[in-house]
Ligand binder design. Structure first.
Ligand code: NAD
Ligand code: IPM
Ligand code: MG
Length: 355
């Protein structure tokens, strides 16, 4: 098949991990007879420097016209002055809103070789396989903001329609898994959470084959560490989802491992690792590229509907984790290109075995 993939490397380690993921996609295209065209566009801090804004109109237009978007990370100390008139992160939020990708899928599982990296005891990690469905285009991230000399506000706003569509996504996804949804809110305090709970409960009646439970976000933060294996699909609002998924990265062993897919009703999906620009290791070739490579696998599956190719990339990552040299965050000494190289070698070996 032919596909146009918009590539948004962004800042810090973004370009390093995205280069690795593009190499993997190019390998997949070559081996499976596809034509993928990659076109790079500016976003984030680098776009502020070169275009004066974090999401240039040309970048958004190119993303809307593409078949899928692969993004690295945005932000960094250079653009983090609290008084800065414009911030890299605004570019990412505007892209998510502009593409209408309201459902952010963040799968978390634990590779046996990495279980020792987690601060949790090994026995807690057996069978961990959680799919977070984070609402991505509403809530406090997008509500009105005000600021005066001594007061600041961020409005948290949700409509029934916004909650319904992400709830349906979560229930549909649960049908392809263990048919269990945990909805996370703060309904004992927040009005938006009461609307959330009411709406999720109503939508659940259309999915009688899926079991629903509600959990308050504070206790969920604790339960994720005490019984992580008991969760299947976890659906939650934008801000809670941001926080809980970084927490969940500690189960997997490193933030650098986790991918995401952001989907809406529109044609174009956005794929990005959940980690940031990691200024502390940027430019040193030390970043773990697996979150970006696994995001490319999600792109193959959800946007290009190339299930076999997506599974091939995921299997190659498994092999690299099982037997390859690992990056520092995974307890090894390898660099970004060594680990990416092990994934590519494993992909090549699969093809030789199949032949
Ligand atoms: N999607 C995004 O673009 C995104 C996501 C999160 C944070 N950010 C931005 O990134 C900047 C830095 O934020 P932060 O330091 O809080 O979070 P971060 O995710 O960049 O880094 C947190 C820690 O995890 C490590 N880490 C992250 N990714 C890694 C990888 N692939 N390999 C190895 N180690 C990795 C970092 O070295 C750091 O110690 C901020 O400007 C923030 O806004 C962007
Ligand atoms: C950079 C930031 C805006 C972003 C978010 O909070 O959504 C990041 O933390 C993420 O998890 O993708
Ligand atoms: Mg985050």
């Amino acid at each position: 098949m032919k596909a146009n993939i918009a590539i948004l490397p962004g800042d810090g380690i973004g370009p390093e991990v995205i280069a690795a993921a593009v190499d993997v996609l190019a390998d997949v295209a070559r081996r499976h007879g596809h034509e993928f065209a990659f076109a790079e566009h500016a976003i984030g801090g680098i776009a502020i420097d070169t275009h004066g804004e974090p999401l240039p109109a040309a970048t958004l237009a190119a993303c809307k016209a593409a078949d899928a978007v692969l993004l690295g990370a945005v932000g960094g100390p250079k653009w983090s002055d609290p008084k800065a008139p414009v911030r890299p992160e605004q570019g990412l939020l505007a892209l998510r809103a502009g593409l209408g990708v309201y459902a952010n899928l963040r799968p978390v599982s634990v590779h046996p070789r990495l279980a020792g990296l987690s601060p949790l005891k090994n026995e807690k990690l057996a069978g961990v396989d959680v799919l977070f469905v984070r609402e991505l285009t509403g809530g406090a991230y997008f509500g009105a903001k005000t600021r005066s000399a001594d007061t600041a506000t961020d409005e948290t706003r949700y409509t029934v329609a916004e909650i319904e569509r992400v709830a349906r996504r979560a229930f549909e996804l649960a049908r392809g898994r263990r048919r269990h949804v945990t909805s996370v809110d703060k309904a004992n305090v927040m009005e938006t959470s009461r609307l959330w709970r009411e709406t999720i409960t109503r939508i659940a009646s259309d999915y009688p084959d899926v079991q629903l439970e509600h959990q308050l976000v504070d206790s969920m933060a604790m339960l994720l560490l005490t019984r992580p294996a008991s969760y299947d699909v976890v659906v939650t609002e934008n801000l809670f989802g941001d926080i809980l998924t970084d927490e969940a990265a500690a189960l997997a062993g490193s933030l650098g491992l986790l991918p995401s897919a952001s989907l809406g009703e529109g044609r174009v999906g956005l794929y990005e690792p959940i980690h940031g620009s990691a200024p502390d290791i940027a430019g040193q070739g030390l970043a773990n590229p697996l979150g970006a490579i696994l995001s490319a696998a999600l792109l193959l599956r959800h946007s290009l509907h190339l299930d076999a190719e997506a599974a091939a990339v995921e299997a190659a990552v498994e092999s690299a984790l099982a037997s390859g040299e690992l990056t520092r965050d995974l307890g090894g000494k390898a660099g970004t290109s060594d680990l990416a190289g092990s994934v590519r070698a494993a992909l090549a070996a699969q093809r030789r075995e199949a032949a």
